[in-house]
Write a protein that binds this ligand. Structure first.
Ligand code: NAI
Length: 354
């Protein structure tokens, strides 16, 4: 994305269907909702609340993230399209019951956007919104898994498939985990039961101490995790982590993690490929969180959703096999597969008599 482009040029280039700016002065609500592509089904995507330096920056974030949702849903074989909402404001200071109610009314007015929690929006907010609109969901109370669990299950399966591609047995695998938050911690717990050797890092020292004492993990500093010698580097903290500065420092054979938007730019996936490091595309690996929607909306039950998330392993295995035979980096191939799928679906939808 070239920020020199205006919002409208960007919509044209990426093919968004709709961009909605919302302002409710009395409730203090300023939000942007981007609906990217509903060829495969209704629009779905999380709502995040955070500070932005301008409304235009918020719009760019919504445009970028909504497109990623289309790709994620398509690769996860979901009959849903991509969207994303961003509420501009500090969740700690600006989130009021009035703002939440006003946002629920916006969701009702739009009527074709289904959402869930993202950064800055928590379970209590979703519950409050859910009392006013049916266009939001979360995993039912009392479930043994939540969206973060499902994401971690998907990452484990993706890692298993990637380990096979590099000829490593899952037991004895050395994995360097960056970030021990909601997903990273659950991932670490699951991997350690499979005999994986863990090296971990987090900027929060308490989480690191817990991993050392409870999981027997080795810890390094947040900066050093990039250079750790490991079979797999697993980013589970922030986006843009694979960039010009970090890639030369990597000492791993593959990258499999939950963080969204790991590549600073698509060309960094090419650099990894040239270095012989397998990059399992983030939106394929971390689709467990989005798949949880099928459970939240009653499309499947708990065992059903776990089985569905575990299929991520097979998708990654197929992608890596094809990547090798087509001599195309996995992130390019995944994008191409989605674009072909969307083009084929559009053809059917626009065929005479459709
Ligand atoms: P979180 O906020 O709970 O955890 C992030 C962790 O990373 C925190 O413990 C934080 O202290 C740590 N961290 C931040 N910067 C760091 C750095 N430079 N080095 C090391 N550690 C650092 O977030 P969560 O929910 O675990 O998500 C992690 C990633 O996975 C995000 O990119 C998120 O977008 C993505 N994701 C999350 C899903 C979910 O269901 N929670 C679903 C799909 C993707």
């Amino acid at each position: 994305m070239d920020k020199g482009q205006g919002v409208l040029e960007f919509i044209d280039e990426w093919g968004h269907e709709e961009l909605i700016f919302v302002r409710d002065r009395d409730a203090g609500l300023r939000a942007v909702i981007a609906i990217h592509d509903t060829t495969l089904g209704p629009a779905v995507g999380g709502t995040r609340m955070r500070m932005y330096s301008s409304l235009e920056d918020a719009a760019f974030d919504a445009l970028r993230l909504s497109r990623a949702m289309t790709y994620k849903a398509a690769m996860a074989e979901m009959a849903w399209g991509g969207a994303k909402a961003v509420i501009v404001g500090d969740p700690l200071r600006d989130k009021t019951p009035e703002l939440i109610s006003a946002y629920a009314d916006v969701l009702n007015r739009i009527g074709r956007f289904h959402t869930g929690a993202d950064m800055g929006i928590d379970g209590a907010d979703v519950a409050a919104l859910g009392r006013r609109t049916k266009h939001i969901s979360q995993v039912p109370a009392g479930s043994s898994v939540d969206a973060a669990d499902l994401t971690a299950i998907g990452v484990v399966e993706a890692m298993r498939a990637t380990a096979a591609a590099i000829g490593a047995a899952p037991g004895g695998l050395r994995v360097a985990i960056q970030g021990l938050g909601e997903v990273g911690w659950r991932l670490a717990c699951r991997l350690v039961t499979e005999g994986v050797h863990l090296v971990v890092a987090d900027t929060d020292g308490a989480k690191v101490s817990r991993a050392i004492t409870e999981l027997g993990a080795r810890a390094v500093s947040a900066d050093a995790i990039l250079g750790v010698e490991a079979d797999v580097f697993s980013p589970n903290a922030c986006g843009g982590i694979l960039n010009d500065e970090s890639i030369p420092r990597l000492h791993c054979r593959a990258i499999v993690g939950a963080a969204n938007e790991q590549l600073a730019e698509p060309r960094h996936g090419d650099v990894l490929h040239d270095r012989g490091i397998i990059y399992a595309p983030d939106y394929v690996v971390n689709a467990g969180g989005l798949l949880s929607l099928l459970y939240e909306t009653g499309e499947t039950d708990e065992p059903g959703i776990i089985a569905r998330v575990m299929r991520i392993g097979r998708t990654v295995a197929t992608l890596l096999e094809r990547s090798e035979s087509d001599r195309l980096p996995p992130h390019r191939l995944a994008d191409r597969m989605v674009e072909e799928k969307l083009a084929a679906a559009r053809k059917i939808l626009t065929a005479p008599g459709a």
